[in-house]
Every structure is written in structure tokens, then in C-alpha cells.
Design a protein around this ligand. Sequence first.
Ligand code: NDP
Length: 271
Amino acid sequence: MIQRIALVTGASSGIGRATAGLLARNGFYVFAMARRKERLEEIRSDHIEPIPLDVTDVEAIKAAISHIITTKGRIDVLVNNAGFGQLGAVECVSMEAAHHQLEVNVFGYARFMQAVLPYMREQQSGCIVNISSVLGKIALPGFGWYAASKHAVEALSEALRGEVKAFGIDVVMIAPGLIKTEFVTKELELLKKVKHPPAYQKIILGLYRLLAGEPQAPGPEIIAKAVLEAVTQSIPAVRHALPWDSKAAVIARWLLGGRLFAWATRQKMRI
Ligand code: NDP
């Protein structure tokens, strides 16, 4: 049987690391990518090959794909996962920081999709898993730029799914809610760097309140398991939101409508 070849971005920690490990334990040969070389080396094995790169570096991505094709001859699965959360009020996040958010979370995914698709089309098979977020369908105060990036990922994924179905390629979204990884710590570090006038203090406190649940959140393994299911099922769910509150938030937004949902959010954040 031909060994399936997977590429996982953001594999140096959290969801990407858990996914690379789980795919490798289930028969995949995994190319694991991220910037921190030493963190990637920790997971090197007979089934995991690290390739350190930044998802904003077009030439590095080209070289990585060329290496995969030269050594393995195919790419069966792309897990687009590398990302971060630029917290802060829409008014206060600098344009430079906003651009960087989209560069990594949207164009980073797009670069990999464009890079693997010619090979998947030729094979007439493949699965692209884009890690979105509960904030790919709703937006909350203080998460504007991050939510914009994940809404863009959802739109691109939906359009792409229709474009490549006839080529035997599947496009799947996994939308995590709060998951215990390095993500929130990094988000809060970025938040501290944004200059907010005192008028925004309540919003900042509300953000801390919302994210205070992170230590009790599930670990990245539940998302890794969802990715494994998506790439091994013949007809995977088009969008899988988990844990349950990720699904519930989107249903609540739909049931309550915009104004009432915004009110409920402000109550929860106490803003
Ligand atoms: P982590 O911070 O633990 O992992 C993020 C990964 O992305 C790291 O491996 C990091 O590696 C990599 N990364 C970030 N920027 C770049 C870059 N420019 N180039 C290459 N790699 C990069 O967070 P998670 O595992 O939680 O996040 C994974 C995905 O899940 C993200 O897309 C996030 O938006 C999404 N998500 C997470 C949620 C959560 O609560 N944790 C909720 C909803 C969605 P390195 O720094 O070494 O480059």
C-alpha cells in the first residue's frame, strides 16, 4: 500500500504538533513545518520530517514543496494550521500588525493551498484541512482582526471546495473553540503591545475575562483527532466545530440575531 504523505504547518506546538504526531502514529509520513527549528527537532522520527520555515516566505515554501515531491512524489494531505491571534480593538491595532495577521493567517494558508494544488490535481486526489476557529463564523469585541482572518479562511475554503471537487480533492474546515495551547499566552502578549486609550479599558478587562477559561479548556488532542477523522473518512464533514461550545456559539448567533447576540456577548464580557 502507498504511504500517504501529509504536510502540517504550525507543527512546533499546540494543535499542529499534536496533529503531526497523531497522523504519524496512524501511518502517514508527515512533513512538519514551523519557524522554531529546535522545537520541530523534538518531534523528528522515522515518520516525521521537520522543515523549518516561515509561512510568509514564498521561496521557502516553494523549496519545501519541491523537496516533498522529489523525495516522496506526492502530497495527500495539507493541514493549514500555522497562525496566531492579534488581539486588540479594531481602532487601536496598527495597520502593520493587522496586515501581519492576514499575511500569516490568510495568505499563509493561501500560499500552501496554491503550492500543493497542482500536485493534488495531477494525482486526482488530496485533502486540504484548514484550521479555522469559532471566530470564523462570529466576531467578538477585541478579536476583530483575528476574526477577519478566520472569516477569510472560511470563505476561501468554501469557494475552493467547489472549484476542486471535480479533481477528487476535498477541502475541510475544523473550527476549534478555546483550546489549551501556547495560543492564548501569545495573544495576551500581543495585546499588551497595542496602545489602547483609557476608554477601551473595559474591553481589555472583558478579553481577560473571556480568556480566563483557557486553563480548563481541552488540549489540542481533540482537534488532532478531528483532523485524523477528516483525512481518513471517505465523506468527511465540510466544517467540524469543536468542542461543543464552538458549535453552540454559532447556533446562538443564528438564533438570537445580531443585536441580541452582541448584547449577550457584552454581558458575558461585562463591558
Ligand atoms: P500555538 O501558538 O500553540 O501554535 C501556533 C503554531 O503556528 C506554532 O507551531 C507556530 O510555530 C506556528 N506559526 C505561527 N506563526 C508562524 C509563521 N509566521 N510561520 C510559520 N509558523 C508559524 O497555537 P494553536 O496550536 O492553538 O493554533 C493553531 C491554529 O489553531 C491557529 O490557526 C489558531 O488560529 C487556531 N485556533 C486556536 C484556538 C485555541 O484556542 N488555541 C482556537 C481557535 C483556533 P513557530 O512559532 O515555531 O513558527
